[in-house]
Design a protein around this ligand. Structure first.
Ligand SMILES: [Zn+2]
Length: 571
C-alpha cells in the first residue's frame, strides 16, 4: 500500500477525552473514529488489525473442530423470556420494538439464540458434540463507557457455544477452548494469565477469565506464588481469620460515640482495632432492605453478596438516608446488627466466631461494645463476603496472596444445563431415552484484545505492534520522493518483500522525513526500512520499531532481516 493513496488521518494533539494509552494512540494514529460515547468505527489500518486478530481466532477455533456461523445481532425477546434473562439482564441491554410493538434486543451475548438453533436441529446423541462460533458485533449499554475500545457499548466479539451429551463431554470441550484461548492470546503477543472467575450474568458452574496484565485494567486478579491459585478478586475465596475466638464473652455495653460515624472514627475514639468493629452496610433490593455485616477492616465483595442473595446485579443498591432511618431508627453511621426490624441480615462467615465486637447501636451517637453472635445478634445467611486484598492468606496454601491489575480479554464458562433445561435442548441417547444437553460458552473480546495489545506494547512515540497482528509488517520510508534513485530502490524493496509474503507500506508522501518517521512510530509498524541518500550505493537504514538502534545495511541484507524477523514472530 502506498501511503500517498491511503485513507489515513492522524491527530496532532492528544484527544482530550482519552485517558489511557490505547485509547489515545488508536485515535491519534487514525485507526478508530468515535461516533458517539462508547461507539467507534474502524479506519483502514485499524480494521486490518481487527481482521488479523479474527484470523488467529478462526484458525485456533477451527483447529479444535469448532464451526463458524453468523447469527443476527437483533434478537427476539421471546427467547430471552424463555431463559428468564429478559428480566434479569437489566439496563445494560439495548431493547427495541418493531413497528408491531414486538420486543427485541441488540444481542449482548447469544446463549439463547444458539440453544434455539441446536434444540430445533439436533435430536440424536449421534449429532453431538457440537461447537459453533461466530465473530460478530455485540451491544451493551454500559453505564460509563470509557477507555475507548476497552469498555465500549458496541464491540466485536467471538462467541462460541458447545453442546455435549454429558459433563465429561463438556469437560473436554472446555479444555479444548482453554487450550485454544491460550494459543490465541499467545499468538496475539499478549502477556496474560488464565484465572478462576465468577460466572456473573452468564451463569453456570466453572469459569476462567483470560486476563492481559496491565496497570490500566479494570479487573484485579489475585494469585499465589507458592501454589497455582489464581482468581479474579470477585471470585477469590477468602480465609476466615477469627482471632480472639477464645475470649470470654463480656457483658454488652452501650457507649456514647457522638458524631463518630466511620469505622476509623470509632476505632480511634474507643481505642480499639478496626478488626474488632462490625461494619454494617444497608442495601435495598427492590422493596426489601438487606443488612450486610463484615469486619471493619475488610471490604465487601459485592459479587459474593449478589450470589448469596441470588439476584441480578442491577437490583442491588445502597439504602438511602430515609430507609436507613426507618429500619435503624438512627442517623446513618450508627447502624448495627441489633434490633433491626424487618431486615434480612447477611453475615460474613468470620464474624460468628469472633467475640466482643463493637457495632452501631441503631441509636444516633451510640455504639454497642461486646456484641457476641448468638447471644446479641443473628444472621439469616452466613457466607464469605470478603473482598480479597494483597497479603491475605491464599485459600489453597495460606501463603500471602498478591494482586495484579488486568484487562479481561476472554472468558470461558461451563454453563451445564442452565439454558438447556428452561429452553428444552434435549436429545435421545443410545437407549432412546431423552437427555438434557450440557453446554459451555466461550467469549473473546476481539476489539478489546486490540486495545490490550497496545497497552502492553507502546512507548511515548506510539504503538509497537507485534508482527502477528500489525496492520503492515514493514514500512519503506522514502526520505526524498523527488529523488528518482530513492523512488526506484523503494519500489524494488516494496515489490520483493511483497513477493516474499510480507505486507508492506510505502511512505511515498511528499512530506519531510521527520514527519514520516513520527508517523511510522505512531502507527507502530514492526520494521522500518529507510531509503535515503545512500540509495545510489544500494544502502538503506534498517530499524525495528521496538528497538532504538538504526543499522545501515545493503538492500538485500535489510530485506532478509525483515523477512526473518517477521516470519519468526509467530505470524
Ligand atoms: Zn497458594
Amino acid at each position: 500500500m502506498k501511503m500517498s493513496k491511503m485513507y489515513f488521518h492522524t491527530l496532532r494533539e492528544n484527544p482530550s477525552e482519552a485517558e489511557i494509552p490505547s485509547h489515545i494512540l488508536l485515535l491519534r494514529a487514525g485507526m478508530i473514529r468515535k461516533l458517539v460515547s462508547g461507539i467507534y468505527g474502524f479506519m483502514p489500518m485499524g480494521f486490518r488489525v481487527i481482521r488479523k486478530i479474527e484470523q488467529i481466532v478462526r484458525e485456533e477455533m477451527d483447529a479444535k473442530g469448532a464451526q463458524e456461523i453468523l447469527m443476527s445481532a437483533i434478537q427476539p425477546a421471546e427467547l430471552w423470556q424463555e431463559s428468564g434473562r429478559w428480566y434479569a439482564y437489566g439496563p445494560e441491554m439495548f431493547r427495541l420494538k418493531d413497528r408491531n410493538e414486538r420486543d427485541f434486543c441488540l444481542g449482548p451475548t447469544h446463549e439463547e439464540i444458539f440453544t434455539d438453533i441446536i434444540r430445533s436441529e439436533i435430536s440424536s446423541h449421534k449429532q453431538l458434540p457440537v461447537n459453533l462460533y461466530q465473530i460478530q458485533t455485540k451491544y451493551r449499554d454500559e453505564k460509563r463507557p470509557r477507555f475507548g475500545l476497552m469498555r465500549s457499548r458496541e464491540f466485536i466479539m467471538k462467541d462460541a457455544y458447545s453442546f455435549d451429551k454429558d459433563w465429561e463431554g463438556l469437560d473436554k470441550s472446555y479444555e479444548d477452548m482453554y487450550d485454544a484461548y491460550s494459543r490465541i492470546f499467545t499468538r496475539c503477543g499478549l502477556e496474560f494469565r488464565a484465572v478462576e472467575a465468577d460466572t456473573g450474568a452468564i451463569g453456570g458452574s466453572d469459569s476462567h477469565e483470560f486476563t492481559a496484565l496491565s496497570e490500566v485494567g479494570e479487573g484485579v486478579i489475585a494469585y499465589c506464588e507458592q501454589c497455582d491459585f489464581a482468581a479474579t478478586t470477585e471470585r477469590a475465596a477468602c480465609v476466615d481469620e477469627p482471632f480472639g475466638e477464645n475470649e470470654t464473652e463480656l457483658p454488652l455495653e452501650e457507649v456514647f460515640t457522638p458524631g463518630k460515624k466511620t469505622i476509623d472514627d470509632v476505632a480511634e475514639f474507643l481505642n480499639i482495632p478496626k478488626n474488632k468493629i462490625i461494619k454494617t452496610l444497608l442495601f435495598k433490593v427492590e422493596d426489601e432492605v438487606v443488612a450486610v455485616l463484615i469486619r471493619g477492616d475488610r471490604e465487601l465483595n459485592e459479587t459474593k453478596l449478589i450470589n448469596a442473595l441470588g439476584i441480578p446485579e442491577h437490583l442491588l443498591e445502597f439504602a438511602d438516608e430515609n430507609t436507613v432511618k426507618e429500619v435503624t431508627g438512627a442517623d446513618t453511621g450508627f447502624a448495627g446488627p441489633r434490633r433491626l426490624i424487618g431486615v434480612r441480615v447477611i453475615i460474613d462467615s468470620e464474624l460468628p466466631k469472633m467475640k466482643n465486637m463493637t457495632a452501631g447501636a441503631n441509636i444516633t451517637d451510640y455504639h454497642l461494645k461486646n456484641l457476641n453472635y448468638g447471644r446479641d445478634y443473628e444472621g439469616d445467611i452466613i457466607v464469605d463476603l470478603k473482598l480479597m486484598a494483597e497479603g491475605y492468606p491464599c485459600p489453597k496454601c495460606h501463603a500471602e496472596v498478591k494482586l495484579a491489575r488486568g484487562i479481561e480479554v476472554g472468558q470461558i464458562f461451563k454453563l451445564g444445563t442452565k439454558y438447556s433445561v428452561p429452553m428444552g435442548a434435549v436429545y435421545t441417547d443410545e437407549n432412546m431415552e431423552e437427555k438434557i444437553m450440557v453446554m459451555g460458552c466461550y467469549g473473546i473480546g476481539v476489539s478489546r484484545t486490540m486495545a490490550a495489545v497496545i497497552e502492553q506494547n507502546h512507548d511515548d512515540n506510539g504503538i509497537i505492534w507485534p508482527p502477528s497482528i500489525a496492520p503492515y509488517h514493514v514500512i519503506v520510508t522514502i526520505v526524498n520522493t523527488r529523488d528518482q534513485q530513492q523512488m526506484e530502490l523503494a519500489e524494488t524493496i516494496y515489490a520483493e518483500l511483497t513477493k516474499a509474503g510480507l505486507e508492506v507500506l510505502m511512505d511515498d508522501r511528499d512530506e519531510r522525513a521527520g514527519v514520516k518517521f513520527k508517523d511510522a512510530d505512531l502507527i507502530g509498524i514492526p520494521v522500518r526500512i529507510t531509503v535515503g541518500k545512500k540509495a545510489s550505493e544500494g544502502k538503506v537504514e534498517y530499524k525495528l520499531r521496538k528497538e532504538s538502534e538504526i543499522i545501515e545495511l545493503t538492500t538485500s541484507e535489510a530485506m532478509e532481516r525483515a523477512i526473518t524477523f517477521c516470519f519468526s514472530s509467530k505470524m
